[in-house]
Write a protein that binds this ligand. Structure first.
Ligand code: TA6
Length: 281
């Protein structure tokens, strides 16, 4: 991969279980679980410290989607974060590290707000746990969206079914309509771009990398976004191989339908855990 070693932080738990974080956006670009890579990272990803990295887990803040003040999905994924606490092991052998982003000239030029983001990554034996917090360090109240844009690796997208979305209302951005999910298990076989509301805090997706089932556990993320560009849109993406849409499902934990609101001095906490479960054959 064409990125500088100065731009990355390695969390190594041993047993070929590790996480690599790129300081551009504090983007997790790799999660290896007992020798299996669990995240998709495009081989065409652009590491110029300007463009958002295509793959891994980009952080979306302060706006999900198009934004009149700045880039799509906000600036958090395209600014350089600081490593506040280098990787260290806890008493359970889990490795954790802490990254921060505070308002700066670049962010204030787009969004004249003072804030601090704290991103704690904890690598467990077969789970990746992240805590994300937003602190209002300003003297005014502000609203924001946030989302973890998980690119989950699959050997074949059409075999990876998502369980936990049934009966949820969703906004279908492809068909420009609202609908309710009727299926117990949702498979992706076309361009899908949906925001599911009031989601349960456990969503399961099967037949993923290493024949694992992944369980996405969330805290304080009421929305689940499901996205895949499929063939035609993938062909127009310079940082994605034409056939590589088949290798990932974006299953994203977010607070995007309704802004979170913070008064001066208040904080917002949310978390996700992606647990990799060895599928029983
Ligand atoms: O999370 C789904 C989505 O909002 C899609 O609409 C699509 O735009 C995707 O994010 C990727 O966005 P990006 O700006 O990373 O190309």
């Amino acid at each position: 991969m064409n990125y500088s070693p100065d731009d990355i932080v390695l969390l190594d738990r041993g047993n070929d279980t590790s996480v690599v974080v790129h300081l551009h956006g504090a983007t997790i670009i790799s999660w290896r679980c007992a020798g299996e890579e669990m995240l998709f990272l495009s081989k065409h990803a652009i590491f110029d410290n300007l463009k958002a990295i295509r793959g891994g887990i980009p952080i979306v803040f302060p706006k999900f989607g198009p934004w009149k003040y700045g880039p799509q999905h906000g600036f958090a994924r395209v600014l350089r974060w600081k490593l506040e606490m280098p990787p260290k092991k806890d008493k359970h052998g889990n490795v954790f590290a802490v990254f921060v982003l505070e308002d700066n000239d670049l962010s204030r030029a787009m969004w004249n707000i003072m804030f601090k983001l704290v991103y704690t990554i904890r690598l467990e034996e077969s789970a990746l746990h992240v805590d994300f917090s937003v602190h209002n360090t300003d003297k005014i109240t502000f609203g924001f969206n946030c989302l973890l844009h998980n690119y989950l690796l699959t050997p074949e997208i059409t075999r990876s079914g998502i369980i936990g979305l049934q009966n949820l209302n969703y906004k279908d951005k492809v068909k420009s309509e609202e609908d309710t999910e009727r299926k117990e298990e949702v498979f992706i076989r076309e361009n899908v771009d949906r925001i599911y509301n009031d989601a349960p805090n456990e969503i399961v997706i099967g037949n993923m990398a290493g024949n694992r089932t992944l369980m996405l556990k969330t805290f304080n993320f009421p929305d689940i976004v499901v996205w895949n560009p499929w063939k035609d849109k993938a062909r127009n993406m310079i940082d994605l191989g034409d056939q590589d849409y088949r290798k990932f499902v974006c299953l994203e934990a977010g607070r995007v339908t309704h802004d979170a609101i913070l008064k001066p001095g208040q904080s917002f906490e949310c978390s996700q855990i992606i647990a990799a479960i060895i599928a029983v054959l």
